[in-house]
Design a protein around this ligand. Structure first.
Ligand SMILES: C[S@@+](CC[C@H](N)C(=O)[O-])C[C@H]1O[C@@H](n2cnc3c(N)ncnc32)[C@H](O)[C@@H]1O
Length: 249
């Protein structure tokens, strides 16, 4: 597979995005000698970042075979020193052989995972006791552009103003791909309240949970507005959460 420039450019955005991602958790964990799995690794930038920080083994999982092909080829060509540390696989987490994992990480993926509750249960099963999950994701469905532009409505909150049938017809008229539901647009459309319920009932300890983790002025404004309970869903754009297997709830 020849690497496409558009993908290389997207991969390189990690140089800016990855430090920002770790900063929103309060810093990058110490990955020295750690066994790490990245769920929804995409083109693999975060995996390379983690392996370069001294992890023993990093596995990037994604359900999109094109992204995994790019990630493996890019690894071979541009990061040959990491080929024995990093592996990218197009695989369902339920089939993953890895166990006693030190860290699960997941960047901008949980809003796409359709069976998040089951996925968290699978993660818990595979984490070692004391192991952590770092999940940072958004934009959330009820935020202004929570449809990631996929419905093609292009109006802030437009995707929650209109019924699903209308959104899908609109999308199908303007896009070459055809969908039958919001799930077909690879969005779980979960409200913030549901993520919080899923995390609280995961059987893991919530070490930290931040909503609207960003220093951008608009995010600070959102954080002020979300203090009003009736506005909280609509002015919450991302979640950065650390969970640990074991310890007090
Ligand atoms: C917005 S992309 C983020 C990719 C990468 N983490 C990044 O930050 O650039 C979300 C990714 O999650 C993947 N994905 C969605 N559901 C998944 C699942 N159940 N298991 C693994 N990957 C999944 C998609 O294929 C997609 O590559």
């Amino acid at each position: 597979m020849a690497l496409q420039q558009v993908d290389i450019d997207f991969f390189n955005r990690g140089k800016v995005e990855n430090p920002r991602y770790w900063g929103r958790f309060g810093g990058k964990p110490d990955f020295k000698n750690a066994l790490v799995v990245d769920l929804g690794c995409g083109l693999g930038s975060l995996c390379i970042d983690i392996a370069s920080s001294g992890a023993r083994r990093v596995t990037g999982l994604d359900v999109n075979p094109y992204l995994i092909d790019f990630a493996n080829e890019n690894l071979k060509i541009n990061y040959p020193q990491l080929v024995h540390t990093v592996e990218f696989r197009c695989e369902d987490l339920r089939e993953t052989p890895e166990a006693d994992i030190d860290y699960f990480v997941s960047k901008d993926t949980f809003e796409h995972v359709l069976e998040l509750e089951q996925v968290l249960a699978e993660m818990k099963k595979r984490l070692k006791v004391g192991g952590h999950l770092y999940a940072g994701f958004g934009p959330l469905w009820n935020s202004p552009f929570g449809d990631h532009g996929r419905t093609k409505i292009l109006l802030p909150w437009g995707h929650i103003l209109f019924p699903e049938r209308f959104l899908i017809n609109w999308h199908n008229r303007l896009d070459t791909t055809k969908a039958a539901s919001i799930h077909d647009l690879e969005l779980n459309a979960l409200p913030l309240a549901e993520y919080l319920r899923i995390f609280r009932s995961s059987g893991m300890t919530i070490v930290s949970l931040q909503v609207n983790a960003s220093t951008r002025p608009v995010s600070r404004l959102f954080s002020l507005l979300r203090r009003t309970p009736s506005l909280a869903e609509y002015f919450s754009h991302n979640v950065y959460c650390i969970l640990r297997k074991g310890g007090k709830q």
